[in-house]
Design a protein around this ligand. Structure first.
Ligand code: ADP
Length: 407
């Protein structure tokens, strides 16, 4: 049984890491950023509340992990869980071996920014901890239960069969945790039909029936679906040919614009991708900010209404993520677009819930509405533990099998 799990979320120039200690029931967090540059640093590793800010010029991922983990010398992990954005067709968390590494590599064309960074992180931790079991937990895995009518695009079939062009969905770790925890709070653990709205810098919705994802708003990539901080979400696919024909833009420029310059940032005319800033600007009369917020809430409500088609019955909705957990204003505005579903928000209950607090915010007359703080790290640690335990069981079972005898 793994008592402490090191959770690694490796980006191209950053690493978020957290050591979760089961017995003591506490976590130690660290962030390494600007890796490979003069400004590389490690921040926020706290043992006994001691803040840390270490300058590690030109450190790579391995060096950053080494330095960060030196601070935790008394807390050696028993297992390591890696967040991996794209698992292709993999349906669950997997013990990392050569075959799984190859599968993560094969899914790189589907997540070109993320998967190569995860592989760097895996290689670094394998060199640092050659004897520890390491597990990959995929953002896409939870959505592998979607039926074909939810995951296929209406494009020529060979694009799916030969090139894997389909909807995969992301934020799976969060949707899985929040729907499980939320249904538990509602007294129907992993039962019934629920919608989840994960609203942060990236945002997505999910429909969950009896604990399984049946549809989600993100698709082949994390660009599809809702309006996000800098991502456009859904646009008319012909926007690409319009921009090419009229502005002479190539696909890379269009892709950058849709991923980095759109969403709340684009709608607010470059004011901000941050919802807090936009709410403040809107209160001060900024019309672009007001519109950006309205588009965000309307499109979110539309997505929730659409995803409800995947559910035989609608029991309720869970809000999560930085915006979903903190902004009573955004929750109220979104619910105002969904009165025909019978949702009835309790405004007082809604107004008191802040980050880290879970609670019910409807008045009890229609489908339930809850705020459920997400815990992706905790979920990754739990999945890592269960994969490792399963592996131990399998090995023990194999050892106790009687030796085959020749007849
Ligand atoms: P990430 O997706 O990077 O993990 P978070 O889940 O932390 O990000 O969400 C970040 C978003 O949450 C930002 O847009 C931020 O403005 C928003 N947010 C945080 N607190 C509030 C708040 N009190 N009101 C409105 N938005 C908030």
């Amino acid at each position: 049984m793994s008592k402490s799990v090191l959770v690694i979320n490796c980006g191209s120039s950053s690493i978020k890491f957290a050591l979760l200690l089961e017995e003591q029931n506490f976590r130690i967090h660290g962030l390494a950023e600007n890796l490979g540059t003069e400004n590389a640093r490690i921040k926020g590793v706290t043992v006994g509340n001691e803040p840390v800010d270490i300058h590690i010029p030109f450190a790579d991922h391995k060096k950053a992990l080494e330095v960060g983990l030196e601070r935790l010398a008394n807390y050696k992990p028993d297992a390591i869980g890696h967040r991996v954005v794209h698992g292709g067709s993999l349906t669950k968390a997997e013990l990392i071996n050569d075959e799984i590494i190859e599968k993560i590599r094969e899914a790189t064309p589907l997540a070109p920014l993320h998967n190569p960074a995860h592989l760097i992180g895996i290689e670094a931790t394998q060199r640092l901890f050659p004897d520890l079991p390491q597990v990959a937990v995929f953002d896409t895995a939870f959505h592998q239960t979607m039926p074909a009518h939810a995951y296929r695009y209406a494009v020529p079939k060979f694009l799916y069969t030969d090139f894997g062009v389909r909807r995969y969905g992301f934020h799976g770790t969060s949707h899985a945790y929040v729907s499980e925890r939320g249904s538990e709070l509602a007294g129907s653990f992993k039962q019934g039909g629920w919608l989840t709205a994960h609203l942060g810098n990236g945002s997505s919705t999910c429909a969950v029936w009896n604990g399984q994802s049946v549809d989600t708003s993100m698709g082949l990539t994390p660009l599809e679906g809702l309006v996000m901080g800098t991502r456009s979400g859904d646009v008319d696919p012909s926007l690409h040919s319009f921009l090419a024909a009229n502005l002479g833009w190539d696909v890379y420029k269009i892709d950058r614009m849709l991923n980095k310059e759109s969403g709340l940032l684009g709608l607010s005319d470059n004011l901000s991708n941050d919802m807090r800033t936009l709410i403040e600007a809107s209160e001060n009369g900024n019309e672009d900010a007001t519109l950006a917020i309205e588009v965000f809430c309307y499109r979110l409500a539309k997505s929730l209404a659409a995803l409800s088609c995947g559910l035989p019955r609608l029991d309720g909705l869970f809000f999560t993520g930085g915006i979903g957990e903190n902004s009573a204003y955004i929750r109220e505005k979104t619910m105002a677009y969904l009165p025909h579903f019978g949702f009835n928000l309790d405004k007082d209950a809604n107004n008191v819930l802040k980050r880290g607090t879970e609670g019910r915010i409807d008045n009890g007359t229609g489908p339930q509405i809850w705020v459920v703080p997400t815990d992706e790290e905790g979920r990754i640690a739990k999945e890592t533990q269960s994969v490792v335990e399963q592996e131990v069981e399998n090995t023990t079972a194999k050892k106790s099998e009687p030796e085959a005898t020749l007849a």
